[in-house]
Write a protein that binds this ligand. Structure first.
Ligand code: SF4
Ligand code: SF4
Length: 339
């Protein structure tokens, strides 16, 4: 494996042929670890205990190159998931006036992990062709990597009020891919990214007030966190926060004036609970929902149903749903309904 110093690399040409929205390249010495540490501490101050890998991998999150001494360049890129005819359109839809559960618009595209990793693989091929073989480590929300902090260091956007990355053209809908490499590539940092204008529309749109202007993001109140990340049964308060969400949420993203967003998909939570698990697994395979898994998706359907039925309806239907399920998390979520 050769590790070359590459002085002449046309980043503009690489970006325009890459499928990425923007590409930047950071040098390890350019990363301000004190800034990463300050941001992580601010997060942990409010959200400690919510996400295991953030609590446990502080070393990698404040200094991503500390345990990667071979890294000479960090490529940071923004992208949107590839548009596809989503298999989620095959999920049962609710009749008008009946309970529903919503899937966030971004999940109706190709799984963003797949899009990002495929784009990184193509970029790796381009770099190997131009610069020679080297070591690479791609990441798209697939490990303890401070993606947003690196994107901010690289000037790919600014801090959005809802704690995502704000991009002038994509609003808050940009996903971030990171690739560590042993290639000594020329630095490429975007200058003076447009600041989030702080219009406050995302805060107004957030149904759970997970964040407000001048107050920190409280991840335990975020529907996307409860729906996608939290495992096990949901208590009644968590079900109230989750509301009608089946997967994701994205209401703050959709409210951002620069975001181009489609409508969420409404599905029938009762039919989702009754659909054979193998059939549900087949439909959500290759979508972002696969990362949550069938148990979490059915648990969220139970929560959405519980929020829209009357106390009497909940009391009538709960025993049958509990008897039908073989998942302790789903059974307990239904048992936690206030009947
Ligand atoms: S994803 Fe939903 S719940 Fe979470 S911050 Fe945005 S609007 Fe609020
Ligand atoms: S909605 Fe307004 S405040 Fe929120 S991220 Fe977009 S521009 Fe910033």
């Amino acid at each position: 494996m050769t590790e070359k110093t590459v002085n002449c690399l046309d980043w503009n040409e690489i970006q325009s042929n890459s499928g990425f929205h923007k590409i930047a390249c950071l040098k390890p010495e350019r990363i301000r670890t004190t800034r990463l540490e300050t941001e992580l501490d601010a997060w942990l101050n409010v959200n400690q205990g919510a996400i295991n890998y953030i609590d446990q991998r502080r070393d990698l999150l404040i200094d991503p190159c500390f345990q990667r001494p071979w890294v000479k360049s960090i490529i940071v890129a923004t992208f949107q998931p590839r548009k596809i005819q989503s298999p989620l359109m095959n999920l049962p839809t609710p009749k008008p006036g009946e309970p529903y559960a919503e899937i966030a618009p971004y999940a109706l595209n190709e799984d963003y992990h797949t899009t990002g990793l495929n784009l990184l693989e193509d970029l790796k091929t381009t770099l190997v062709n131009q610069c020679g073989d080297a070591q690479f480590e791609p990441n798209v929300d697939t490990g303890p990597v401070p993606e947003k902090a690196l994107a901010l260091c690289a000037g790919l956007g600014s801090n959005a009020l809802n704690s995502l990355l704000y991009d002038q053209e994509l609003g808050c809908s940009a996903h971030i891919a990171v690739m560590f490499t042993s290639l000594d590539l020329p630095q490429r940092i975007k200058q003076a990214p447009e600041n989030c204008p702080n219009c406050g529309r995302c805060a107004i749109a957030c149904p759970t007030k997970a964040f407000q202007p001048n107050s920190p993001f409280r991840v335990r109140r975020c529907r996307a966190y409860i729906a996608n990340e939290l495992r096990g049964p949901l208590d009644w308060n968590q079900q109230k926060l989750l509301g009608t969400t089946l997967f994701g949420c994205g209401k703050c993203t959709a409210a951002c004036p620069s975001t181009i967003s489609q409508a969420p998909l409404r599905v029938d939570p009762m039919q989702i609970l009754n659909i054979p698990t193998a059939e549900l697994a087949r439909i959500i395979k290759n979508t972002a929902l696969n990362h949550a898994g069938t148990t979490v998706i059915k648990r969220n359907a139970a929560a959405a149903l519980g929020q829209q039925l009357s106390a009497r309806q909940r009391r009538d239907i709960a025993p049958e749903l509990i008897a039908k399920s073989n998942s302790p998390a789903i059974k307990q979520t239904i048992q936690n309904w206030i009947c």
